[in-house]
Design a binder for this molecule. Structure first.
Ligand SMILES: Nc1ncnc2c1ncn2[C@@H]1O[C@H](COP(=O)(O)OP(=O)(O)OP(=O)(O)O)[C@@H](O)[C@H]1O
Ligand SMILES: [Mg+2]
Length: 89
């Protein structure tokens, strides 16, 4: 597995846009599996990647797995969760 990070100290320079298009290209043109993790409180990647219903379920309903399910067990010293449910988009 390879990890790709897109980093730039400056805000608003296209990091999220590049990430979303790169992930889309990898799936649609290269046929590569990819996992995108949106850890940014702005949730821009989530809004780009999901349709309206999926976004509503993630953002407003606690029925979908989000990064918020990962952090509390780590804070409590219980390690990583063992079940991970991603969202296909
Ligand atoms: N290649 C491009 N050409 C023109 N506009 C672009 C390009 N890439 C991104 N943008 C626009 O620039 C704005 C900022 O892009 P984006 O949100 O990807 O930046 P960011 O670096 O992730 O910002 P932040 O630091 O706030 O997370 C958006 O409105 C986006 O549509
Ligand atoms: Mg961004």
């Amino acid at each position: 597995m390879k990890a790709i990070s897109i980093f730039n100290n400056k805000g608003g320079v296209g990091k999220t846009t590049l990430l979303c298009n790169l992930a889309s290209y990898m799936l649609k043109r290269l046929g590569k599996k990819r996992l995108v993790i949106d850890a940014d409180p702005q949730c821009n990647t989530t809004t780009y990647a999901l349709d309206e219903e999926q976004f509503f379920n993630v953002y407003y309903e606690p029925t979908e797995f989000t990064i918020a399910d990962v952090i509390p067990p780590l804070e409590d010293g219980n390690g990583y969760i063992t079940q991970f449910k991603g969202i296909d988009s």
